[in-house]
Design a protein around this ligand. Sequence first.
Ligand code: SF4
Length: 381
Amino acid sequence: MFNRLYIHIPFCVEKCGYCAFVSARARPGEIESYHELLLQEMRLAAADHEQGAPLDSIYFGGGTPSLLHPLQVSRIIDLAAELFSLSPGVEITLEANPGTIDRERLRNFREAGVNRLSLGVQSFDDDMLRRLGRVHDAAQARHAFRDARLAGFGNIGIDLIHGLPGQTLSGWREELRQALSLSPEHISVYGLTVEEGTPFALRYPEESPEIPDDDRSAEMFETADTVLVEAGFEHYEIANYARAGYRSRHNSGYWRRDGYLGLGVAAHSFLREGYGFRFSNHDTLEEYSRELVSGRLPRRDEHLLTLEDAMAEFMFLGLRMVEGISCKSFEQEFGSRLNDIYGSTIDELIRIGLLQQERGNLRLTRRGLLLSNQVFARFLP
Ligand code: SF4
């Protein structure tokens, strides 16, 4: 069962130097044929899986979903409405690259039903944007934001990256200032990770002096927290800040383990069946289309969760949220007390200052937010 829908668009104008996502430049006609495959996958998946509650969110992620024609987005949303029931206030997010949109396209996306825009700005520094290999400059990002407002978007998020090559603390403060000057509803701040196999990994080998070290990255994380909270944003997940009422419902669902159906190349799904059922699609366009053309769902692998897996996920996904997890919810979901299962691990993490427990909730401390991967590793089955 699921109440969220994710659509993966694996195309980009150019590949950014730091990117390890499944995405590539589209060949002529490829986006249109991919769009048809998505519609077909949605029909097959709707016949194969029970929905559960009405869809509370639809999320177009990528890649660069704003490369889709607004009519293609409209057809996907319309088919979702036909095959699944939608909740009256369904949140429909489109990730957009500022180099791919103008006011007219934005207005058409809005008319297609998209009501939340996630703008991949990453930086307001032109030199940095060139180094990252982005296809837009800072002025285009600012224009895209203003055009989105004029096109009727009342819920816009901005993504920024810190820990960029050569970035200083004052440079990072300036990035935050520029983002706030646009008055977005949501800001995500991700730390750069240099992923193996990317051009960045060759250009910036481990411990490259150009990449801010752990202490400097921690300072940038702390700075973001101070600046954004002072500006009235709520820090609700490790990397995410929102104005009141504007948390991403779709992403919050991932951390609460809501069921979601993922469509498209390399998309992942999680259905609330038994302790949970996770599966993913083929990660090449060739295999993905071959399966669908043969009338089969393009599934690559499946994993039926055990009780132990489900409890671990509850911990390491739920702890991503700043409010943490409720001990009572754990007990309601699994019929066991949290301390009976993880008591010694929790005690140890509290003792070393990474977790804190208060009023029936367990959450990361400020230090724990910085070292979250160390905490999550302790709950892996
Ligand atoms: S636009 Fe996003 S998905 Fe595409 S290459 Fe750049 S970082 Fe990767």
